[in-house]
Write a protein that binds this ligand. Sequence first.
Ligand SMILES: C[S@@+](CC[C@H](N)C(=O)[O-])C[C@H]1O[C@@H](n2cnc3c(N)ncnc32)[C@H](O)[C@@H]1O
Length: 304
Amino acid sequence: MIAPCRHFEQGWPAEDLPQCDAGLRALRRNLLTGALPRPCQTCPTQPECTTTELRDRITLLELVDENREVEAVINALRSRDCVPSHDLMYRVAHTRTGYQFIGSGLVNLFEMLPVLTPHLILPVQHLLDWGCGCGRLARHLIGDPRFTTYTGCDIDTEAVEWCRAHLAGGTFLTIPPEPPVALAAGTFTAVIGYSVMTHLERHLQLRWLTELRRLTAPGAVLALTVHGEAAAARNGLATRLSKEGIIDEIPDVTLQNVAPAGYYRTTYQSRAYTEMHWGALFEVLEYRAGAILDYQDIVVLRRQ
Ligand SMILES: C[S@@+](CC[C@H](N)C(=O)[O-])C[C@H]1O[C@@H](n2cnc3c(N)ncnc32)[C@H](O)[C@@H]1O
């Protein structure tokens, strides 16, 4: 029997494990919608109390990954790390709240890393976070023992400068909107590209893939997200996508005055399109449809 939690989410009866599980899952969903969990109801002036009670409960429930997410978010919030300006957060995640910015980064990594890391075979891992923005993922990736070094790059100079000034332990660089990048061939063994290809037109995608092949060592693994069939269906584009394979002309104004005019788009591509065109440059190790919140797909590639 779990000791009743008197200090967190009174709506979850501690002796009812399915309800507690449901409560934790709801908390995880809230991280993505920006809704704050109801913290300590009994002593709201003592947030420590909430955290301790929640951690005990998390340990007892053994909801492995989801518990780690919740606990990591609580820790991140407790540490009161500074967050970027509202504008910078909005550019990468369409949110202006620090809570959602930190939480959504963690949730997305809990979806990306279990797909990427089983494929890492090289003895030392040098990670490139391609399109790091203002460090939504970087703040959680730096110091991850699975990666010896972390490098983030982006075309958004202001975002990169913010990372440089605030996120110790990583290397950050501004890169041009079109390749090449001023780094040596074979520098990286792992690449995460979260929601970058989702914004590039087809020819630019292939040019950047070619550049990523140059920047990675043989055996390196890349996890890149795309808008596939699930995202297209949600936006009423399923039929068109099945006929055309890729839809890449829809403008996205989020990076107005940051990216060159017409550069930033919302791109959808079918699994068949991606496997055929990307497969010409990399070995496609896995294709996880809807792996990111039933919306974005993760494509895992190996550099041969
Ligand atoms: C939707 S945001 C995602 C940012 C970050 N990966 C995250 O998950 O928070 C897309 C990012 O890709 C960057 N970007 C766009 N084109 C790029 C390119 N060719 N190379 C690197 N970054 C690029 C944008 O500036 C923006 O920061």
